[in-house]
Design a protein. Structure first.
Length: 261
């Protein structure tokens, strides 16, 4: 199943997931977590059963808090600042990570504890992720060298204008890079070419609109930037393995009420 996570971390309490991007496999289960520094589309497979359904928690990154912690850790012993920025990492759960996650889950059931302890627990969770085995790759993405920063800015532009006919040359000019350098840097960071990323973003947005039942399929195709509903249907099926109408039917049967924003 193709997915597109926002920056954050996924903790699996029961069952397990595997992510696939650019030839690499990212396992996240009871012993491993997945951290996402930059929103990138990738494929994911889950394993669960009726007796043991999948239970997982997604925690959004507070990017300002993460950047503050990354800056504070800069130059500290034990942190290799030469590590390459990565959009995804999978790391083993350390006892300290399990401990803060359990305390956060406990606080979620007690409003007073959550109000008083929640901000500190979230700060500690961010810290534990950034000092984890591959935290240096996340910090490199957060600190952003010149090339990474330019690519991240182009990602923001794509998210703002994905409905338009953006070209790779336009994105490269905006990033202040040559087209070949931009293409190489973009794929290194996201695992996708710029055109693949743009198409994936459009299709994920369309799937969300289908889940929320925001108009007819032809209207949704137009809303996400497709001039041809037929081309939209072909791309959607190629990406999600179901046509938009099959996806709408599946969602009505399995999800019930429309998903709200």
């Amino acid at each position: 199943m193709p997915v597109l996570y926002r920056p954050g971390a996924v903790f699996v309490l029961q069952g397990f997931k595997q992510g696939f991007l650019n030839g690499e496999i990212y396992r996240y289960d009871a012993e491993h977590y997945l951290a996402v520094s930059i929103p990138v589309p990738f494929r994911m497979a889950s394993q669960a059963s009726p007796d043991q359904p999948l239970l997982a928690i997604y925690c959004d990154f507070d990017l300002h808090l993460a950047a503050e912690i990354a800056t504070a850790l800069q130059g500290q012993a034990g942190h290799d600042e030469r590590m390459q920025a990565r959009s995804l990492i999978s790391s083993r759960m350390a006892p300290t990570m399990t401990d803060v996650l359990q305390r956060l889950l406990h606080a979620l059931h007690h409003p007073q504890e959550l109000a008083i302890l929640g901000p500190g627990l979230l700060r500690e969770l961010h810290y534990r992720i950034l000092v984890g085995p591959q935290g240096g790759s996340l910090m490199a993405a957060l600190r952003r060298n010149d090339t990474t920063d330019r690519i991240v800015q182009s990602l923001a532009l794509i998210r703002e204008r994905y409905k338009e006919g953006l070209s790779v040359s336009e994105l490269a000019v905006t990033a202040g890079m040559s087209v070949p350098s931009f293409h190489v840097g973009f794929k290194r960071l996201t695992g996708n070419t710029p055109i693949q990323y743009l198409k994936a973003l459009r299709l994920h947005e369309a799937r969300l609109m289908i889940a929320r039942r925001q108009g007819t399929l032809a209207t949704i195709a137009s809303e996400v930037g497709y001039a041809s509903p037929a081309q939209f249907s072909r791309d959607f099926k190629r990406y999600f393995y179901r046509t938009p109408s099959e996806e709408a039917k599946w969602m009505r049967e399995h999800l019930g009420e429309p998903i709200q924003a």
